[in-house]
Ligand binder design. Sequence first.
Ligand SMILES: [Zn+2]
Length: 308
Amino acid sequence: MKIHALALSLSLACAACIAQASPTQCENKAFTVQFLGSGGPISDDARASSATLIWLKGKPLALIDAGGGAFLRFGQSGARLEDVRFIGLTHFHTDHVSDLPALLKGSYFFNSPHQIDIAGPSGGAGFPSLSGFMNAQFNAKTGAYAYLSGLYSGKGDIPLKLNLKTVDYAKAERSTVYRHGGVSISALGIPHGDVPTLAYRIDAPEGSIVISADQNGGNPRFVDFAKNADILVMPLAIDEQADAASAFLHAKPSTVGRIAAAAKPKQLVLNHFMGKGLRVKDASLAVVRRYYAGPVYAGRDLSCFTAR
Ligand SMILES: [Zn+2]
């Protein structure tokens, strides 16, 4: 008994020591964006792929996307899956969802039952719907991770229940996907080539945060969706000289700048950098600033931006 108590106190002390020593934790988690991944789909950027935490009152309220590397960064951030209330998937490119099964697996070790609302787009253009994607992972008979089928079915001995909310990405109006305790989260379809893709807006008494995933900037309704946010997160995946095929999928820096100028966020934070884009990052940021006069920041893995 004594040995057990000593081991427990040592492990608690060690956990506290890691938390204090680590520069990966946000100092202010009142209403804060923390990038778990700020990179793109190729590993040459030496960053984790897309994944963003929203902290509210010290807890990780929401996780938007879970691309490669999110599993590690989630642990480094100090977040616990038991505290996450909402997961929003923007689209089913690997650099946005490939670490999701690994993260969810952690629920097997929860001490008590927990529910997470999870939203994602309807299917199209060769991509699955949210339920199709989850089924491909967790179906009890045909899923790649059939051994975790309780995650999806709510049956079995896994203490996590996922409530799926599929959003029609072609719908013109925004859809409410989460509402609890004064917090409302809504989703809107955005044009990422023809890939079904959603942006998310988190409105709380503490402020508003908008997370745009990959988009080419062609949906004028996105400006209204993002209007007057405290923080607008936009991908800066390509440079101003990118070819037409890239610009069909992604907004050039001038388009990002124009959107921000129209939406008027208090802070514009950029992410989704790729190796090629990082080499011309300063030039791309200069183009954004030519259009948008507010503060512009370039995110890094685990960097934090607090609404104020
Ligand atoms: Zn994408």
